[in-house]
Design a protein around this ligand. Structure first.
Ligand SMILES: Cc1ncc(COP(=O)(O)O)c(C=O)c1O
Length: 373
């Protein structure tokens, strides 16, 4: 297997904890353990957790809680993984082989792109179009999907644009898969992080050959516990569980316990509302900043996630702009290059407001310096 660098994750791995202001994330500032379990009896109960191997596909209770989010699903439709990243990797590993064709929504979190290319898969894109508020080019999708297509992979809500598919667009994607008998893989990890609107619908239940991936890293703001999951037909989930024996065996025992707290009825709604209220509070800051810099920056308002995908009009490549911002201003954002699109920056508006404001001010300073030089 030839592994190409996963550019965005490499950049974050190297720099996110070394810069003064990290705006390269895609979620809101994380929840603390104390916010989740408090310090009374539940803390004592949590501290008494035995640190043995966890039930390797996720505890029965955690799988029950997850399955309750998907109409008609039960615990045997669920495999719990180490982050959505492991879920996506297992899906690609299971469903694709060298020489297969996959049709992929672009731009995208580039994990599925890179992993499948590593397996020797031919990746055929269909794009979201900025001029249509990042709606998918359905004509391009129809042309891309052929009897050779093994898998159609989408990310909804989308990273990096924050766009959400309409019901009609979802139906078109399902029909394209059904027409050729392809699998559908829907990464829905930003579901629940909609700033104003209703919760994004899942692809679950629209087509039998569907795998959903999701997790607690984005909408729930707890990436550090590394909890992801896959939901799919029982026989496929059983088979994926045996693939998981080869990757990480099990999720962490403390993570399983914390995930059950996050998803417990009442807590779940409270945590999602925390995320949405941060998004609602911070979004006007970045919106005003873009307006004040409209000679250089523009954006289509994101519907979900704490990410703004900014287009810029400057004669400088996006990786170079990000390097200068990092080295000269100690601020980290993601270059459009990492999504295959130069002249864009992905900026996180999920950190504490003063941190966001300071980061944006520094970006503004650098832009003024570039313009005047
Ligand atoms: C669309 C998408 N899928 C998966 C992941 C990985 O998420 P996790 O932290 O749950 O592994 C990310 C992280 O940025 C993402 O944006």
């Amino acid at each position: 297997m030839r592994v190409e660098p996963f550019e965005m994750e490499r950049l974050q791995s190297e720099w996110e904890n070394r810069v003064e202001i990290n705006l390269s994330e895609s979620s809101v500032h994380p929840v603390t353990v104390q916010e989740l379990i408090g310090d009374g009896e539940s803390l004592a109960e949590f501290a008494a957790t035995k640190l043995g191997y966890n039930q390797t596909n996720g505890s029965a209770e955690l799988r029950r809680l997850i399955s309750s989010l998907y109409t008609g699903a039960g615990p045997d439709n669920v495999l719990v993984t180490n982050g959505t990243a492991e879920a996506n990797y297992l899906a690609v590993w299971k469903l694709l082989e060298g020489g297969d064709e996959m049709v992929l929504m672009l731009p995208n979190y580039m994990q599925i792109w890179g992993a499948s290319r590593g397996f020797g898969v031919k990746v055929i894109p269909f794009r979201l179009q900025e001029c249509k508020n990042w709606a998918p080019d359905l004509e391009e999708l129809r042309r891309a999907v052929t009897p050779k297509t093994k898998l159609i992979a989408v990310c909804n809500p989308n990273n990096p644009t924050g766009a959400v598919l309409s019901a009609e667009e979802m139906r078109e994607i399902v029909e394209a898969a059904r027409r050729v008998g392809a699998w559908l893989l829907a990464d829905e990890v930003y579901q629940g992080a909609e700033r104003n609107g209703a919760t994004t619908s899942s692809f679950w239940g629209l087509y039998d050959k569907t795998l959903i991936t999701n997790g607690l890293s984005k909408a729930y703001g707890v990436p550090g516990i590394r909890i992801g999951w896959m939901v799919g037909p029982k026989d496929v989930i059983a088979s994926l569980w045996s693939y998981h024996d080869y990757t990480t065996i099990a999720i962490g025992t403390l993570s399983d316990a914390l995930a059950r707290v996050v998803l417990a009825p009442g807590n779940r709604e409270r945590i999602l509302e925390r995320t949405r209220s941060i998004l609602r509070r911070n979004y006007p800051l970045i919106e005003q900043w873009v307006r004040a810099h409209s000679d250089t920056f523009s954006m289509v308002p994101p519907v979900a996630g704490a990410i703004a995908y900014l287009k810029y009009a400057l004669e400088i490549n996006s990786s170079e702009l990000v390097r200068r911002l990092r080295d000269e201003k100690s601020v980290l954002v993601v270059p459009g290059d990492h999504f295959g699109m130069d002249r864009y920056l992905r900026v996180n508006f999920g950190p504490p407001a003063e941190c966001l404001q300071a980061g944006l001010e520094r970006l503004g300073e650098l832009v003024r310096q570039i313009r005047s030089s």
